[in-house]
Design a protein around this ligand. Structure first.
Ligand code: NAP
Ligand code: ZN
Ligand code: ZN
Length: 347
C-alpha cells in the first residue's frame, strides 16, 4: 500500500481537515503520481455539502490533479518516472460500451469511476481525490502535461479547462462566432480564454461589475452586467452560443433571450434545484438548450495540447491546505480570481 497524507471532509457540510489514506500498490498498467498541485472546483463544494445527494464520507475531494510520475507498472507504455502527469474527473470506465467506444468515457453506460466521491469499476473500492500527496491511476486515465505550461496554472485545465473546451468544440466554435460566457469563476474564466483562443468574439455576462476589467484582460471583447435588466434587452438575440457556468439558481429563460435564431445555450453549472424553462424560450427562434459533462480522455489530451500551443493556463491563487475551508467560503461569495489551487508542499 502507498500511504498518503490528504485532506478530507468527515461528513456533509463539515470543515475539511487532515486525513490519511492508503492507495493501492501500482498494478502493471498503473502509474504512481506525486501530486504537486490540485485545483479547487465548485463541484468539490457541491459534493462536500451533499447538494447532489448520495455523497460518500469521509470525502477527499479534488479532480484537477497535476504532478510527477514516481513509479510505473511493468506494462505501462506512455509514462516514465519523472514525467509530468495529470488526472481529471475520471480514473476508469468500462471501456467497451458505445460511449466508451466513442471516447466519451464521461458518459460510460456502466457509470464512469469518478476520481472521488465514487467507486472504482468494482463498485466497492472507494475513490479519493487530489487533495492528497499521491495518487495511483491506470495510465489510460492519466494525461500528459506540457513542461512549457506553468504547472500550478495547468491543474485547473483538468476540469475547468476540459469542461469548457468540450462544448466549444462540440458546437463548432469558429473565428468570429459570438460566444457569451455566463459567470466569471473557474469555469467561466477558462471559457473566456479558450473561446478567445479559438477566435470567437466573447462577451462576459456577470453579476460582478468589479470583474469587467479582468474579463477584458482574459480575452472578452464585451461585458454585460446581468444584475441590470437593460443588459438582456441590449444583447437580445445576439449569441451563437452561450456557455452557462453559474453554480446557483438563476432564470435560464432570460439568458435564452440573448441566443440568436437557431443558436444554443449549454449548461455547465449544476444548481442544486431544478429551474423551469418555458417552451416559448426555445420555440421562438428554434433554439437549443443543452448540457455538457467534462470531456473524454482523448479530448482532454487534445485540450491540454491546444493549451500548450496557445499558452493558455488558469489564473490561480495558490493556497496552503490549511486555507481550504476559507477558500470554499470565498468561492460561495463569488470571490475567486479565478481558481484556487492547493500546494501539495503544504500538506
Ligand atoms: P466558481 O468558480 O464558484 O464560479 C461560479 C461563478 O458563477 C461565480 O464566480 C459567479 O460569477 C457566478 N455565480 C455564482 N453564484 C451566482 C448567483 N447566485 N447568480 C449569478 N451568478 C452566480 O464555480 P466553478 O468551479 O466555475 O463551477 C461552476 C459550476 O459548474 C458549478 O455548479 C460546478 O459544479 C459546475 N461544474 C460542472 C461541470 C460539468 O462537467 N458540467 C464541471 C465542473 C464544474 P460572477 O461573479 O461573474 O457572476
Ligand atoms: Zn470540477
Ligand atoms: Zn463504458
Amino acid at each position: 500500500m502507498i500511504h498518503t497524507k490528504a485532506y478530507a471532509a468527515p461528513g456533509a457540510d463539515q470543515p475539511l481537515g487532515p486525513f490519511e489514506l492508503d492507495r493501492r500498490e501500482p498494478g502493471p498498467r498503473d502509474i504512481l503520481i506525486e501530486i504537486a498541485y490540485c485545483g479547487v472546483c465548485h463541484s468539490d463544494i457541491h459534493q462536500v455539502k451533499d447538494e447532489w445527494g448520495g455523497s460518500l464520507f469521509p470525502m477527499v475531494p479534488g479532480h484537477e490533479i497535476v504532478g510527477r510520475v514516481a513509479r510505473v507498472g511493468a506494462e505501462v507504455k506512455g509514462f516514465k518516472p519523472g514525467d509530468l502527469a495529470g488526472v481529471g474527473c475520471m480514473v476508469d470506465s468500462c471501456r467497451v460500451c458505445p460511449s466508451c467506444a466513442r471516447n466519451l468515457e464521461q458518459f460510460c453506460q456502466k457509470g464512469a469511476a469518478f476520481t472521488y466521491n465514487g467507486t472504482e469499476m468494482d463498485r466497492v473500492t472507494r475513490t479519493y481525490g487530489g487533495y492528497s500527496a499521491r495518487v495511483v491511476v491506470d495510465e489510460a486515465f492519466a494525461l500528459h502535461i506540457s513542461p512549457r505550461l506553468d504547472l500550478a496554472g495547468a491543474a485547473p485545465l483538468l476540469c475547468a479547462g476540459i469542461t469548457t473546451y468540450s462544448p466549444l468544440r462540440h458546437w463548432n466554435t469558429r473565428p468570429g462566432d459570438k460566444v457569451g460566457v455566463v459567470g466569471l469563476g473557474g469555469l467561466g474564466h477558462m471559457a473566456v480564454k479558450l473561446a478567445a483562443a479559438m477566435g470567437a468574439e466573447v462577451t462576459m455576462l456577470s453579476t460582478s461589475p468589479a470583474k469587467e476589467a479582468d474579463a477584458r484582460r482574459l480575452g472578452a471583447a464585451g461585458f454585460g452586467l446581468t444584475s441590470d435588466e437593460a443588459t438582456f434587452k441590449r444583447l437580445a438575440g445576439r449569441f451563437d452560443l452561450i456557455i452557462d457556468t453559474i453554480s446557483a439558481a438563476h432564470d435560464y429563460n432570460k439568458y435564452l433571450g440573448m441566443v440568436r435564431l437557431e443558436g444554443a445555450m449549454v449548461l455547465l453549472g449544476v444548481p442544486p434545484a431544478p429551474i423551469p424553462v418555458a417552451a416559448g424560450s426555445l420555440i421562438f427562434g428554434r433554439k437549443t438548450l443543452s448540457g455538457s459533462l467534462i470531456g473524454g480522455i482523448k479530448e482532454t489530451q487534445e485540450m491540454l495540447d491546444f493549451c500548450a500551443e496557445h499558452n493558455v493556463v488558469s489564473d490561480i491563487e495558490l493556497i496552503p491546505f490549511a486555507d481550504i475551508n476559507k477558500a470554499y467560503e470565498r468561492m460561495l461569495r463569488g470571490d475567486v480570481r479565478y481558481r484556487f489551487v492547493l500546494d501539495t508542499a503544504t500538506l
